[in-house]
Design a protein around this ligand. Structure first.
Ligand SMILES: [Zn+2]
Length: 252
């Protein structure tokens, strides 16, 4: 089992380097007792980075995935190096911070955009996806094109007048009765999830999420919105990209 150390609170999303122990060595991968590497999930791509250990060359992490309760850190072409490692060995992880911070900015922007879309149109988000410097939000129906400009204004405002972001663990029964459960209600939570990890953007949005987020909407930076994409179902896809994909980033 791997402890998902990035999950515990919002500051944990800013940890870029950490120590952990190897608990298993499946072919081409390492399982650690704890990790700050984000494994693919919830529309957020996996982190990249390196794992270092005494007596070997740094291992380049090429993918991170969940496998039951374990997290697999796949490494590039490192079979000979991996043979130097043993279960119980200590490794140092270093996360590719530019990539991770882009995902954090996009993820918080996506939550806020989904909340504003719901507030302005009643449309819920069916699926959200982050990739590279951009994000897409697939809605449950067609978004009137004239709403795009006010939505852009909403996002510009929340960057110019930042709102704090926080993470809370909420008992399941309390969450199910929460009025904010409506906006995210299209994506059912598995019944065993209790408590629910909710990401809160000040008074603007509350949404269950296992992803990593920035601590203030001011950190999102400038976004460029793309034209609405009509999906074959008749619903709309909203898309935006970060204008400055390599901003100055706050330290942990
Ligand atoms: Zn999320």
């Amino acid at each position: 089992m791997t402890e998902l150390a990035y999950l515990s609170d919002l500051p944990s999303a800013y940890v870029r380097e950490f120590r952990a122990r190897v608990t298993a060595l499946p072919p081409g991968a390492l399982v650690l007792d704890r990790t700050y590497f984000y494994p693919t999930g919830g529309g957020q791509p996996a982190d990249r980075g390196v794992l270092r250990f005494e007596g070997g060359r740094p291992l380049e992490v090429t993918d991170v995935t969940k496998s039951g309760p374990a997290v697999l850190h796949r490494v590039r072409g490192a079979a000979p190096e991996l043979r130097r490692l043993e279960v119980g060995a200590e490794v140092e992880g270093a996360i590719d911070w530019d990539r991770r911070h882009r995902h954090m900015r996009l993820h918080t922007a996506q939550h806020y955009a989904s909340a504003r879309i719901f507030a302005r149109s009643g449309l819920r988000t069916r699926r959200a996806n982050l990739a590279g410097a951009g994000a897409t939000i697939d809605l449950e129906g067609p978004l009137p094109a004239e709403l795009l400009a006010p939505l852009e204004d909403d996002l510009r405002d929340v960057v110019a007048r930042p709102q704090p972001v926080s993470i809370r663990m909420v008992p399941r029964a309390e969450w199910d009765a929460h009025p904010a459960a409506g906006r995210s209600g299209l994506v059912p939570l598995p019944p065993q999830v209790d408590p629910v990890r909710v990401v809160e953007i000040d008074a603007s949005d509350v949404c269950p999420c296992g992803g990593t987020h920035v601590r203030s909407t001011g950190e999102i930076g400038q976004l460029r919105w793309l034209p609405l994409v009509p999906l074959s179902s008749g619903a709309s896809r909203v898309a935006f990209t970060l204008v400055d994909s390599a901003p100055t980033t706050p330290s942990a």
